[in-house]
Design a protein around this ligand. Structure first.
Ligand SMILES: [Zn+2]
Length: 125
């Protein structure tokens, strides 16, 4: 299982700040993009993707093109926005299933200290 997250694009530090203040969101990679690009398998055809929020229309296109066949999302709080309406239409056309995932736990803690004592020792110094 991979746990990925939204993050900024690599090598974008040279983009002028004035431009970024107008379009700050352009530097963000949504978690779906990171998950698909950083998969630890040859491909994700036929896979299920678990996401916190229902995917936007841009991520829906990535999901469709990657061959993912099912989406389980925790929240759909932006359900009525144009991006989400477009996303559902795209996913429906591609016959990608989607439904809400209700986790059995509310929080998940990852103990990185169990992975590598050197990393843990670095944090505690
Ligand atoms: Zn997205």
């Amino acid at each position: 299982m991979d746990i990925l997250y939204s993050g900024h694009l690599h090598s974008t530090d040279s983009v002028p700040i004035t431009f970024l203040t107008v379009c700050l969101h352009i530097k963000v990679c949504h978690a779906e993009l990171n998950a698909i690009l950083n998969k630890n398998s040859a491909d994700v055809k036929g896979c299920t993707i678990y996401v916190a929020l229902f995917p936007c229309n841009e991520c829906a296109k990535l999901i469709i093109q990657s061959g993912i066949t099912e989406i389980l999302n925790v929240s759909d709080k932006h359900h009525d926005t144009d991006h989400m309406i477009a996303s559902r239409k795209l996913l429906d056309m591609a016959k990608v299933k989607y439904s809400q995932f209700i986790p059995s736990i509310k929080t998940l803690t990852i103990d990185f200290s169990s992975i590598d004592d050197c990393v843990y020792n670095h944090w505690t110094q």
